[in-house]
Ligand binder design. Structure first.
Ligand SMILES: C[S@@+](CC[C@H](N)C(=O)[O-])C[C@H]1O[C@@H](n2cnc3c(N)ncnc32)[C@H](O)[C@@H]1O
Length: 239
């Protein structure tokens, strides 16, 4: 059984909010293991599935979770049920204004959320990087495009992204994200890839039958998947 499969009972509309974040995080941690007792920030943690995975599958001794749409109390109640509330600390916060000290975290993880707040030049350096210790790392994965389509969109993907809650401005290619992350001597992108778990992560989401998942599945059947990817980056902060 894969590490992600151990969490199958939670792959439901109660916890999933998009392509399965547990599958995505499991693949990212295979590429870039977190093996020591570290302090982690799970940024944009949603309903806390990735925080549960980090608590059980890494040696982290403190995991702060920060999310905007989901309240700290809701996540705290769930962390107690999962018996991880001794190490997972839920915070309700906007990534634009995170309430943490500089160089507080060994690792920042952001799964299926970075695209909502970090899609502009300078955001990463100004808002995220300062929170990471020298020598620490940032693990990012999110849905995106195989190639930039902005300005020359095929109608199908435009229709999908401009649904009830428009996601048009958040979906970009790996090359686009690479340039927006703006590597410099303070930090390097040490790993970047299109993730292998694309099919299964989206299929888990469709199987949840969440109303948004039903709509996404319809558009996948029509062919939007051929424009899409799951994009992963690992960034290391220099010593
Ligand atoms: C699609 S959900 C994914 C949640 C979770 N990471 C997962 O994969 O299950 C996107 C998450 O990004 C978070 N988010 C969006 N904008 C944010 C912001 N400005 N600051 C913090 N979190 C944000 C939302 O609160 C939401 O939980």
């Amino acid at each position: 059984m894969s590490k992600a499969d151990k969490y199958k009972e939670y792959f439901t509309d109660k916890f999933l909010m998009g392509p399965n974040s547990v599958r995505v995080l499991a693949e990212m941690l295979e590429k870039s293991p977190v093996d020591e007792s570290l302090r982690i920030l799970d940024l944009g943690c949603g309903k806390g599935l990735t925080s549960l995975f980090l608590a059980r599958e890494t040696k982290a001794n403190q995991i702060f979770t920060a999310d905007l749409w989901i309240g700290a109390t809701e996540n705290y109640e769930q962390f107690k049920k999962w018996d991880v509330d001794n190490i997972v600390i839920p915070i309700h916060s906007d990534a634009n204004d995170l309430p943490f000290a500089n160089e507080f975290f060994d690792v920042v993880v952001s799964i299926d959320s970075f695209h909502y707040f970090a899609n502009q030049n300078g955001f990463f350096e100004e808002k995220i990087l300062p929170l990471v210790k020298k020598g620490g790392k940032v693990i990012i994965a999110m849905p995106g495009l195989k190639k930039e389509i902005h300005g020359c969109e095929p109608e199908l993907i435009l229709e999908w992204l401009n649904g009830e809650e428009s996601e048009y401005e958040f979906y970009h290619s790996r090359e686009w994200w690479h340039s927006v992350l703006r590597e410099n001597k303070e930090y390097k992108i040490v790993e970047e890839s299109d993730l292998d778990c694309f099919d299964i992560a989206w299929q888990d989401w469709f199987d949840s039958n969440h109303p948004y998942a039903v709509r996404d599945a319809e558009y996948f059947q029509k062919g939007v998947n051929k424009y899409l990817s799951l994009i992963g980056f690992v960034i290391e902060k220099s010593l």
